[in-house]
Design a protein around this ligand. Structure first.
Ligand SMILES: [Zn+2]
Length: 586
């Protein structure tokens, strides 16, 4: 990891107002000393996401996530610490310090740079081929598919001619090495050692990052018997299929403005929907959406509309995408199309007006599922109702928002004609089963933290001077067994080095511990208001623990009949000493 000087990071965090940064993504309202909004990390209808501007941290009481401004960017943009620092510096116009990079980092950065350049050059070359005489047949095909020139240009469509190595020659001539072309997946090495173009006689669709840089290509067959129908770039250091959402570079602004995204499957669905004036569209490109792609989308909206062919619904990729999006907290609607139609064919037949109507009459996905499942089972029989519930309960268990889950339970109970208590109990069981595998369990639960610890941690963030002085009276043994021991221990060490600040805590603790700190610090006031009281209670707890241990040892000795002897005497003396200490602390 590239390391920035600590002073630079401190200065940057001073300048970067956490409220301003988070407001780029979440709309926040001021409530007293804090700002509140809907958590971007889990689906919710009532705000439990809080930002404390003065102390520079955020915390969500719903899902427990929390940290400083850099942590927010790391989580929200799915980037590492170094990239979060860069992004934040860029946002506030702070110049980055000269970086000391390792040779390896320099090499990686240089390689990615070269790969981006070669994709740019290849995209330009493919476009030229499409515009040339060689591309005339393909231009007609595009036109025939109802894609006009403006859309073709917006998508950057191109043509890879039939020659074995026309692209290779062109790019080598521009100074790119064969190794780069291989690494980019633009050429492939055959068994006999010859290196030829990957895409030959194909319509080329550039795949871009949301910034617009070309990072891969899709190649569509242009002859009826040509196989495969679609050929894609392989995964490369700059391209990961599961993390790229096709079209986001063209649609992100419209998605943000309209507050929802239309999700389609193929490139031509995208082209038609986009051309029909619905510019907030993205394509999953035939496979089910991944959680990483959902994260990409979440930066712009949490509402998605899918167009369904009712025949394909329920099995295919679209259904899987819906389920995943619901589980990720998205509001998902379904616009059902006539049987056999996809958005591409539908819009070409019925025009944009017809499609707009379908979008308008889209239904929430969960409703749609209920209706469809209800239609598939005979709800007049016990057997049918049991099967129907069996289909729907796992779906319900994956709904992340409790209020939404309750509404679903009501509808489910109504359809299945059982009491909603039964359905709710079953759903709760489904939710618990799901949460067993949930990583959030690594975070010590709030209840495990003693009030004194909570008090001390709260005060460390809000009134560091007093609490640090009080904390100095504790030692390592006092922290043993406490849920907050790593936090208190680090605070003490930082203080000894004269380097304590809440920001330093956020930076050096593990994510789970940071979440514990932000959870406690987001409370309106300290559970125990005086740091010295906290320290006294923690000391007492430590001696109570010790007394317990001594007593257990005494019990054990008595059990084995060693009623006299030095060992027992010694224990009794220690026990008396400990009791004295406890009493002194009351
Ligand atoms: Zn949350």
């Amino acid at each position: 990891m590239a390391l920035f000087p600590q002073r630079f990071i401190d200065d940057l965090k001073q300048q970067a107002d956490i409220v301003v940064v988070i407001q780029d993504y979440v709309s926040l309202k001021r409530t007293g000393a804090n700002y509140k909004g809907l958590c971007p990390f889990h689906g919710e209808k009532t705000p439990s996401f809080q930002v404390n501007r003065d102390k520079g941290f955020f915390h969500c009481f719903g899902c427990g996530v929390g940290g400083d401004v850099l942590k927010f960017l790391e989580l929200h943009e799915k980037i590492g610490f170094a990239d979060a620092v860069k992004l934040l510096a860029q946002r506030f116009g702070v110049p980055l310090p000269e970086m000391e990079q390792s040779d390896e980092q320099r090499a990686n950065a240089a390689e990615r740079e070269t790969l981006l350049k070669v994709h740019e050059a290849a995209a330009a070359w493919f476009r030229q081929q499409l515009a040339s005489n060689a591309g005339i047949r393909i231009r007609r095909q595009i036109e025939h598919r109802g894609v006009n020139e403006a859309t073709s240009a917006a998508l950057g469509l191109g043509y890879a001619p039939t020659n074995r190595d026309a692209l290779k020659s062109a790019l080598l001539q521009q100074g790119f090495s064969q190794a780069t072309l291989l690494r980019a997946g633009l050429v492939v090495q055959r068994e006999d050692g010859t290196v030829v173009d990957r895409f030959r006689n194909r319509l080329i669709i550039p795949i871009c990052r949301d910034t617009g840089s070309v990072i891969a290509f899709g190649g569509r067959a242009v002859d009826p018997d040509q196989q495969p129908k679609y050929l894609n770039s392989p995964e490369t250091p700059i391209y990961s299929k599961g993390r790229t959402l096709y079209g986001l570079n063209l649609s992100k602004n419209a998605i943000r403005q309209r507050k929802f995204a239309i999700l389609v499957e193929g490139y031509f669905d995208f082209a038609q929907v986009y051309q029909a004036g619905f510019q907030g569209v993205v394509a999953s490109c035939g496979t089910a959406l991944t959680p990483q792609q959902a994260q990409q989308l979440r930066r712009f909206t949490t509402k998605v509309v899918l167009s369904f062919d009712p025949d394909a619904a329920g099995q295919g990729a679209a259904a899987k995408s819906c389920e995943m999006l619901v589980a990720e907290g998205f509001a998902v609607n379904v616009a059902v199309l006539p049987a056999g139609d996809d958005p591409d064919t539908f819009i070409r037949k019925r025009g944009s007006q017809g499609y707009a109507e379908r979008l308008e009459h889209s239904t929430p996905y969960l409703e749609y599922l209920l209706d469809r499942a209800a239609a598939n089972h005979n709800l007049n029989t016990d057997e049918g109702r049991v099967k129907f519930l069996g289909d729907m309960l796992p779906v319900a268990g994956r709904i992340p928002d409790a209020a939404m889950r309750d509404r679903f339970a009501d509808r489910l109970a109504f359809k299945a004609r059982v009491t909603d208590d039964v359905v709710r109990a079953e759903i709760r069981r489904a939710v618990v089963q799901r949460q067993d595998t949930f990583t959030r369990r690594e975070v010590p639960s709030f209840g495990q933290v003693t009030k004194a610890e909570k008090g001390l941690i709260w005060l460390l963030v809000h009134q560091p001077e007093d609490s640090l002085e009080a904390l100095a009276a504790l030692d390592g043994v006092d922290f043993e067994g406490l849920a907050g021991r790593r936090i208190l221990d680090l605070a003490q060490k930082l203080n000894e080095d004269k380097g304590f600040s809440p920001a330093a805590l956020f930076e050096r603790l593990t994510d789970a511990d940071v979440q514990l700190v932000t959870a406690i610090a987001s409370e309106g006031e300290a559970h125990v208001r005086d740091a010295h009281d906290c320290v006294r209670i923690l000391k007492r707890l430590r001696w109570e623990r010790e007394r317990g241990a001594i007593q257990r040892e005494i019990d054990r000795l008595q059990e084995v009949g060693a009623l006299e002897g030095e060992k027992l005497q010694e224990l009794l003396v220690r026990k008396y000493d400990v009791i004295q200490r406890i009493e002194a602390l009351i």
